[in-house]
Design a protein around this ligand. Structure first.
Ligand SMILES: Nc1ncnc2c1ncn2[C@@H]1O[C@H](COP(=O)(O)OP(=O)(O)O)[C@@H](O)[C@H]1O
Ligand SMILES: [Mg+2]
Length: 258
């Protein structure tokens, strides 16, 4: 068996007296999607931010590509950053809305020194096409785009550094249901083509059913249950699992609309 791409072990984080994340462990294989589901405040974003090293864990290990990320800082961490990218719900967290599409996408190419400099503008146009956007958007500013277009740019930006893992924190939660389906299909295509792994955070089990091989349900900072998405939806083993699945038929219906 090959080692998992990402292996999180006993990860913990408290804010004041609140245990936001309490001994969370999971593995994620190359080319696999693991969903993190759970009610608001259950600790999903805190897990994502620790995996991204945007916040420091109190305890635990984050093994990524065979190395413990919690031991790295500075340039060693930056070198690994290239391989883990994130897409947020709020595109203002992904980039400066005043930036142009071109500068938002050139930024990771420059930061991680991807391709010889003269080829980078061409790569930006290629990335735009890859996420279903017109290369004609090159000089537009981000704030001129629709919400769905902005989220495609955020995905293109995440792809630019050719990551092994993309963390999507409610990345599709704020876009219209019809656009959401297109974006789910885009993510599935990219995974098939490039073998990218996704840590896919959502409260909507309808979306999760469409994309995630396995699902972990978080409850008050702990993993209540984890397993194949189909098994969890067919027969949730915990009260919180049952609660989320019971809320789902309506959501499935919305998510399944063409
Ligand atoms: N920066 C922070 N400061 C204080 N409390 C926080 C912070 N971030 C998250 N929390 C708390 O940690 C818990 C988990 O939050 P979060 O990870 O954002 O949950 P979710 O993404 O599942 O909604 C919540 O109780 C939240 O209020
Ligand atoms: Mg969150």
């Amino acid at each position: 068996m090959t080692a998992p791409l990402l292996s999180v072990h006993d990860l913990a984080k408290s804010f004041g007296g609140t245990r936001a994340v309490d001994k969370v462990s999971f593995d994620l294989a190359a080319g696999e999607t693991l969903a993190l589901a759970g009610l608001s405040g259950s600790g999903k974003s805190t897990v994502a931010r620790m995996v991204m090293r945007l916040i420091e864990p109190d305890a635990g290990r984050i093994d990524f590509m065979g190395e413990d990320l919690t031991r790295h800082s500075g340039s060693a961490l930056r070198a690994r950053r290239r391989h883990i990218q994130m897409v947020f719900q709020d595109t203002n967290s992904s980039f400066n809305p005043r930036a142009t599409v071109a500068s938002a996408l050139l930024d990771p190419l420059n930061t991680f020194d991807i391709l010889p400099k003269p080829q980078r503008a061409h790569e930006v146009r290629h990335l735009l096409e890859r996420v279903g956007l017109s290369p004609g958007l090159f000089d537009r500013s981000i704030h001129e785009l629709s919400g769905g277009q902005r989220q495609r740019v955020a995905i293109a930006r995440a792809l630019a550094s050719r990551p092994a893992l993309i963390v999507l924190d409610e990345a599709l939660s704020a876009v219209d249901a019809s656009i959401r389906i297109d974006l789910l299909e885009l993510l599935l295509d990219l995974q098939r083509e490039q073998g990218i792994s996704y840590l896919f955070i959502a409260h909507d089990l309808g979306m999760i059913r469409a994309i995630a091989h396995r699902t972990a349900i978080l409850d008050a900072g702990r993993i209540a249950e984890i397993g194949p998405t189909q098994s969890i939806i067919a027969a949730p083993q915990t009260q919180i699992g049952q609660q989320l699945v019971a809320a789902a038929p309506r959501l499935f219906h919305v998510a399944d609309q063409p």
